[in-house]
Design a protein around this ligand. Structure first.
Ligand SMILES: [Zn+2]
Length: 384
């Protein structure tokens, strides 16, 4: 069992420690108080309605002052030391989640205005959280132990359940941006969770396609489930198949590197996974990230995006948890940029074939993960 301890920072933000299963030290005893005396939190930014597209745009100009690539000795998500009073008061931790000090959404909660039209705006309600995967400043998710990977998954699941229950929240999105090429502003291995007060544009498109498919089959079949079955039967784009999860490069991949990781069981979100499923996911997700990193001599920038069912009661029954991992990297030294066709028209042109990418991902050699944090960094030899 993952140990969970919630506390508050000096400006009232929530911070939650998730301790690896089997950790015997009492987390509560290790807790220290945040002595920084931070100023009170600001008001939310704005959301404005784009009448041309029926989409909300968050205006978060206050975030321009946020920390950008600080040196390691001033890292805000390393454990606190005498010379670096960081965001994490404890002297050590396993995984920690806390409210972002410079949120795009929140901290106040509430609904977006109804009957939106040109000129409609409102407070940017919602919540933005930071998930630190490890107290170590360097490295990446793919180098975590299986135990630590499992703790992160437990944190994602617990936060999804908690954020789903907050007033006005319509969609909860755990994700990781990895690599400066993706716009990462902190090197310390970490991810984020956004809880939106509206269904995001991509989730709305996908959600409506899923709903139509589901409704046309009287709720007996899901779109994502049928795609998973079709990809497994075809086989040419499969990357891995497990007991509870499988991963493939989708038939119509948009990005030079794109992988979908899908649970075999129809669940709306990470909070609905069973313990056995989360155990397998800890291994499968590490394996996937290591395959991505094994493609090139240097770490591959990626966006790891958990698509979870929106809370909208019309969309939720057909919503199906899955991960979309994408990278703009199209060669060792080349990135795809979103230019005219993609950025202006949303019309993607992929320079790679999904089948060849899947073949490369299947054939790379993946090093084993250490079983426990104590073994982190030690190689246990290669396995397929
Ligand atoms: Zn750090």
């Amino acid at each position: 069992m993952t140990g969970i301890t919630s506390t508050r920072l000096s400006d009232g933000r929530e911070l939650i420690y998730f301790d690896d299963a089997g950790t015997t030290a009492s987390r509560a005893a290790e807790l220290t108080t945040d002595h920084r005396g931070l100023p009170p939190r600001g008001e939310p930014g704005e959301v404005r309605f784009d009448a041309l597209t029926n989409e909300w745009v968050a205006v978060a100009a206050h975030r321009q002052t946020r920390t950008h690539l600080p040196p390691a000795d001033q890292c805000p998500i390393c454990p606190t030391t005498g010379s670096n009073p960081s965001e994490i008061p404890a002297a050590d931790y396993d995984v920690v989640v806390f409210e972002n000090r410079f949120p795009s959404l929140g901290p106040a909660l509430g609904p977006v205005p109804e009957d939106a039209a040109w000129g409609t705006k409102g407070p940017a309600y919602g919540r933005c959280e930071v998930v630190s995967f490890t107290p170590e400043h360097t490295g990446s998710f793919s180098g975590l132990s299986r135990t630590r990977s499992r703790t992160v998954i437990e944190a994602w699941a617990q936060r999804t359940a908690a954020l789903n229950a907050l007033p006005g929240i319509q969609q909860v999105f755990p994700f990781e941006n990895r690599g400066a090429d993706i716009g990462v502003t902190l090197h310390h291995p970490h991810g984020q969770i956004y809880a939106y007060p509206y269904v995001t544009p991509r989730a709305a498109v996908m959600g409506n396609a899923a709903r139509k498919y589901h409704d046309a089959r009287d709720g007996r079949e899901t779109l994502t489930g049928s795609l998973l079955r079709a990809e497994r039967e075809d086989g040419s784009r499969m990357v891995m198949e497990g007991q509870n999860f499988s991963a493939y490069v989708p038939f119509a991949a948009r990005w030079p590197l794109e992988i979908h990781l899908v649970p075999h069981r129809h669940v709306p979100d990470l909070a609905a996974l069973s313990g056995e499923e989360k155990d397998e996911l800890a291994d499968v997700y590490l394996d996937l990230l290591k395959r991505v990193d094994a493609l090139y001599p240097t770490p591959t920038p990626y966006i790891s995006a958990w698509h979870q069912a929106p809370l909208d009661p019309v969309l939720r029954p057909s919503g199906y948890l899955h991960l979309q991992l994408t990278s703009p990297r199209r060669a060792a030294d080349k990135l795809k940029y979103l230019a005219g066709s993609e950025a202006a028209m949303g019309a993607f042109i992929n320079d790679t074939t999904p089948e060849s990418v899947a073949e490369r991902l299947r054939s790379v050699t993946v090093p084993a993960s250490p079983a426990s944090p104590a073994l982190a960094g030690l190689s246990e030899g290669a396995s397929a």
